[in-house]
Design a binder for this molecule. Structure first.
Ligand code: AMP
Length: 217
């Protein structure tokens, strides 16, 4: 299965991508994670990426697509993959289609996560991550037992640099301007299915599975 998850920042794509990837035994590939790894390496490319992500802006299409398609050529993605956060523009979708077409592969479905903006702002501004073990908490909805400490490994929790209110609002505006047109592009290709992203992780997973069963499984 080759699946794309599209949705505004903070709609739970990353969490659901891991759930679905386990279920389908395919790798979950997140463009945001690929970028954060590049920033962590301290490369010249990483520095360029950091400037865009910290401002809440998208990284240029050609650069993003090159990084993701390189990852898609790794052996674990040969029989399927789940893309989380890529493509995010019509141009990226066109470039992805060209790259997949060269290998004779196509997408099976595109799931679009729907969530109101006020919920997103609340979720992202309170989100804290444990860089050591990957746990995510929320300062109000799922607070850690000890403030700023991970319940799992006791590592220090951090706030993503782009989870400040100002940057979250910018990311939402960028989503509306640059990613929403992509929904129509995939609708026109009979690939798009909407998923209500409100509710618990289990509720959204169930909806996602039903949506996929209807179109692709
Ligand atoms: P995410 O973890 O998906 O929220 O991505 C974090 C940031 O990485 C975004 O705000 C963008 O700056 C950048 N980014 C991630 N995916 C893409 C993409 N497909 N195209 C351009 N920029 C991206």
């Amino acid at each position: 299965m080759r699946i794309v998850l599209i949705g505004p920042p903070g709609a739970g794509k990353g969490t659901q991508a891991r759930v679905l990837a386990d279920l389908l035994s395919v790798p979950a590939i997140s463009s945001g994670d690929l970028f954060r790894a590049e920033i962590g390496r301290g490369s010249e490319l990483g520095e360029l990426v950091r400037q865009h992500t910290q401002a809440g802006e998208l990284v240029p299409d050609e650069l993003t697509t090159a990084l993701v398609t390189q990852r898609l050529r790794e052996p674990d993605a040969a029989d399927g993959f789940l893309l989380d956060g890529f493509p995010r523009t019509v141009r990226q979708a066109e470039l992805l289609q060209e790259a997949l077409g060269e290998d004779g592969t196509v997408l099976d479905a595109v799931l679009a996560f729907d969530m109101p903006d006020d919920e997103i702002v609340q979720r992202l501004t309170g989100r804290r991550l444990c860089p050591a073990c990957g746990t995510t908490v929320h300062t109000v909805f799922s607070p850690p037992r000890v403030p700023d400490r991970c319940d799992g490994c006791e590592g220090a929790l951090v706030r993503r640099a782009d989870d400040t209110e100002e940057t979250v609002l910018r990311r939402l505006a960028v989503y509306a301007e640059q990613t929403v047109p992509l929904l129509r592009w995939y609708t026109d290709r009979d690939l798009l299915v909407h998923v209500d992203a409100m509710g618990t992780v289990a509720e959204v997973s169930d909806r996602m599975r039903s949506a996929l069963a209807a179109v692709a499984l």
